[in-house]
Design a protein around this ligand. Structure first.
Ligand code: C5J
Length: 227
């Protein structure tokens, strides 16, 4: 059993029954020219979490843990993108429009790929999701159940949209969830701070939060115990 010095209290997990879930670390959200920027956002804060995310991913892989990557992605005919999503707001480019990195949030386009620093490795789960939550219209629940996964460690973007929605979906399905504070980011610092507070409020009502250093420490403790 590994123990993370998390908030509001210790998060305990066993590596074989825990998956690292990396939400939507795609070029469309993280790089200039993508969907995030077309909505008028500064993408630099999202780029700043890449080194911490990479360090966790490398350590998780080295420990032999299950990894799940998600991409917010729609079919080319947009049949899975309802008007309530596509026509919202006044972005420079809407979902499906052609941008500098191909069609915005369309599966297979260059901008829809996960950033090279965190690219999925062979054998890792990589899922396209048409909604904000990772469980909506995806086989994620079945894939986790097949592997006996009961605990999830979350990273990714954006904190208050797809990360929070996925964590809440997971919590409703009975998963124990930890969110890594310095491995998630929002275009709006106040929304990130509020989400971290909401997640761990009322005795971890949605889940726990911790820093990547705290998770890495727990992982190195587990490796020492195995030696
Ligand atoms: C949006 C996300 N649409 N990954 N997606 O903000 O959070």
């Amino acid at each position: 059993m590994s123990e993370v010095d998390a908030r509001p209290f210790a998060f305990r997990f066993e590596l074989p029954s825990t998956a690292l879930v990396i939400i939507d670390m795609q070029r469309d959200f993280v790089e200039p020219g993508g969907f995030g920027e077309s909505l008028g956002n500064d993408v630099r804060p999202l780029q700043a979490i890449l080194p911490a995310c990479r360090a966790v991913l490398q350590a998780w892989r080295a420990a032999g843990g299950t990894v799940v990557h998600t991409r917010e992605a729609h079919r080319a005919d947009l049949s899975d993108c309802p008007p309530a999503k596509r026509e919202r707001g006044a972005p420079r480019l809407r979902i499906g429009d052609a941008g500098p990195m191909g069609r915005i949030l369309v599966a297979g386009e260059p901008g829809n790929q996960i950033v090279p620093e965190l690219a999925p490795a062979a054998g890792e789960i990589a899922l396209d999701k048409p909604g904000k939550g990772a469980f909506y219209a995806t086989p994620l629940q079945e894939l986790l159940q097949e592997r006996g996964i009961t605990h999830l460690v979350f990273m990714g973007v954006t904190t208050e949209v797809c990360v929070q929605t996925s964590m809440r979906e997971a919590n409703d399905r009975g998963y124990e969830c930890l969110l890594l504070e310095d491995c998630t980011e929002s275009y709006f610092p106040q929304f990130k701070a509020a989400t971290l507070d909401m997640v761990r409020a009322q005795g971890a009502i949605v889940g726990w939060t911790a820093t990547s250093a705290q998770l890495l420490q727990a992982l190195s403790g587990a490796a020492t115990a195995r030696c």
